[in-house]
Design a protein around this ligand. Sequence first.
Ligand SMILES: [Zn+2]
Length: 176
Amino acid sequence: MTNHKILLLNQSYQPLSAIGLKKYIKLEIKGKIETLHYSNVCIYSGKDAWQLPSVIRLSGPIFTKSFQAKYSKKGLHARDNYTCAYCGKRFKEKDLTVDHIVPRSKGGITSWMNCITACRKCNAYKADFTIEETKMYMRFKPFVPTSAILHDCANYRNNKDWVMYLNPEKFSTSNV
Ligand SMILES: [Zn+2]
């Protein structure tokens, strides 16, 4: 058995999970999926070769709210790929902080949409100001991640077939 992983998307092209061969075959037999990209991994059964997909999509609707990840600081840094939203540099997790986009002193809450990853230097500079006040620029936008993005897919950010579906720009609270 191969340990090949397949990215499973819901009907709205949001990543739900990275699934293995067994789960894929179950979905395939039920006729519930559509293949969006093929991988170059094949499995063989006698004389037949079967090319495995890289990305599949569910053909029916599914309630996605339960796939929404619960907010955590650790999750926030993973969502932002350990990158400071202001200077754009990658840091070790211990050197990262949580920036409240609307500062807590101005009523900003701790949530996926109001928090973003910042390095210590950028966070200290932004302090209790808003982005407008400091004239800082966010290189990427906050979004509510599915747990797939944080956990199952974290090691696959460089997979060329997957990357477009794992791109934060595609997501917002309205469609998760
Ligand atoms: Zn920074």
